[in-house]
Design a protein around this ligand. Sequence first.
Ligand code: NAD
Ligand code: AKB
Length: 325
Amino acid sequence: MKRALVTGAAGQIGTELVAALRRLLGPEAVLATDLRLADPDHPVRAEGDFQVLDCTQGTEVARIVSEHEADVIFHLAALLSAVGEKRPLEAYRVNLGGLMEVLEVARQEECAVFTPSSIAAFGPDTPPDPTPQTTIQRPTSMYGVTKVAGELLCDYYHSKFGVDTRGLRYPGIISHSAPPGGGTTDYAVEIFHAAVRDGKYTCFLEPDTQLDMMYMTDAVRAAMELMEADPDRLRHRNAFNVTAMQLTPAALAESLRKRIPHFEIDYDVDPVRQAIADSWPRRMDDSAAREEWGWSPTFGLDEMVDDMLDHLRLAHPIESASPSN
Ligand code: NAD
Ligand code: AKB
């Protein structure tokens, strides 16, 4: 990796991946792009080069990749699960159409491509605990459909054209910098902001809904380590299961209450997101990632909760100054 272009860079993962790539490669070597123009003080725009780019416009993708002389594309542009159920045609067009354009440009420009898949690539027929690396994939959300098809499209571009495609099946990602983009696991980020700001949170999933999760620090490191891994060792290159912790809303609330004793949670379940969550794995088996490129998470539940609260209390000093915090 020498020069990177990131699509969907102003989103939850892009905001932190761009910063990490700029630290590794140098600010001038990383071009952040997104459909929406990031605010002037947004770090992806304030701390390096930024361009507006719609990933579904192949000619523009080709021009900007070529001008930047990118050798790797981190393709993050997508619509997430809850938004995808509201706008399924747009999710299909952006998630699969955009990926197709990016892969085609990568073939022509000889770039490597990182594409995140998701726990959403599994469905109700998949063994949920543990979910094997290779298993049944019949997802029931449009987002999930695009993630399975995306994994296959990346496999195809690698086997047919030799494009160096690589990808991870991310679980829900928890972070403090940028807000989540409209997914089913968003509750695990919202709960922290609400706890620090209001001392209470109304959760849209049932208390015992268990899902895989990961802290952003590990998610960003996983993407970069996978792209630096020895290609000869990668047998599952476009769809590695990776996980760090398994959470339920009730367990996360309990962990927060240990640090914010007055914190309260109640539940107003959204049937659409609950049905999606119920169709996803409870715990993925990530042994292939551990064996093939040395994946190992560093943040468990306690480390993640402490780090999130440290950062959010710095960002909201007045709200979090209650004596009981
Ligand atoms: P996000 O919604 O926060 O950001 C996505 C970005 O894509 C947004 O900034 C949006 O403006 C941009 N975008 C939308 N349409 C576009 C288009 N046509 N062209 C260019 N940009 C466009 O999403 P995220 O959480 O940062 O996710 C990034 C990737 O990681 C996605 O592929 C997502 O499916 C995957 N993923 C995320 C999670 C998670 O928990 N955050 C978990 C699993 C997988
Ligand atoms: C979502 O909930 O849609 C995402 C994901 C797990 O892919 N966070």
